[in-house]
Design a protein around this ligand. Structure first.
Ligand SMILES: [Zn+2]
Ligand SMILES: [Zn+2]
Length: 229
């Protein structure tokens, strides 16, 4: 089969999972299909982040509720030919880590991940085969008391977060270069009105989140941006 260029967004939120997102998983899937993407990773804000899911329920129920945004996106994606993969965006006092390759059955066994020291969390998920991208590491905001850099404890750095200022992305690029960390790009998309988009492209269709992780580990990918009118 001839090589095809396939585009993926690595950082996408849904209404079902993220309190700050405005579009359902199904609408998000249609949006990315219309933009010509081959797939997305749904990375809603996890327990300690801006989750939409009520924390006053048993851990496994919370996890099931959290996964709904992914599931609605995946159902629609299956109908229209968009690959939808599962991940989450783990927050530690405003420092955010996109986490791939683990699923709810694994998380169900680890309720301690709700509130862990961040080094313990990164050791736990990476020790279990998970892949971690430090999202927008140089973002500054009132809810981010410190810029935390843990170059020995992450796999990759998001050097293009499409809506963030160029200075924030430029610092991330220097950081990734300095430590020879894999570079990624994503849109941090919160709605189908998103104007600034980004992602990775590879020369084959990825078959699973594990396949996506191996493409990142092998650095098969290139980064791209899209600016919409
Ligand atoms: Zn958000
Ligand atoms: Zn995000």
């Amino acid at each position: 089969m001839a090589n095809e260029v396939c585009r993926y967004d690595l950082h996408v939120h849904t209404y079902e999972g993220s309190a700050c997102a405005h579009s359902s998983g199904a609408d998000i899937a249609d949006f990315y299909k219309s933009l010509g993407y081959a797939g997305i990773v749904v990375t809603d804000h996890f327990w300690a982040g801006n989750t939409r899911v009520d924390r006053n329920q048993p851990w496994e129920d919370w996890l099931a509720g959290f996964r709904k945004g992914y599931e609605t996106a995946k159902r629609r994606g299956d109908e229209i030919g968009l690959d939808v993969f599962y991940g989450w965006e783990y927050s530690f006092y405003g420092t955010d880590y996109l986490t791939y390759g683990l699923d709810n059955d694994w998380a169900a066994e680890h309720p301690e991940m709700k509130s862990m020291d961040i080094v313990d969390y990164l050791n736990l998920v990476r020790g279990a085969g998970g892949y971690v991208i430090h999202a927008h590491p140089f973002m500054e905001a009132h809810y981010i008391p410190y810029i935390r850099l843990l170059p020995r404890h992450v796999d990759a750095v998001e050097v293009i977060n499409a809506p963030k200022p160029q200075s924030v992305n430029d610092r991330a690029l220097e950081y990734a270069r300095g430590y020879d960390l894999t570079m990624t790009a994503g849109s941090d998309c919160h709605s189908t009105d998103a104007k600034h988009l980004a992602g990775i492209e590879v020369d084959r269709r990825l078959t699973s989140i594990q396949d996506l992780v191996s493409a990142l580990r092998n650095r098969e990918h290139r980064l791209f941006r899209i600016e919409r009118e």
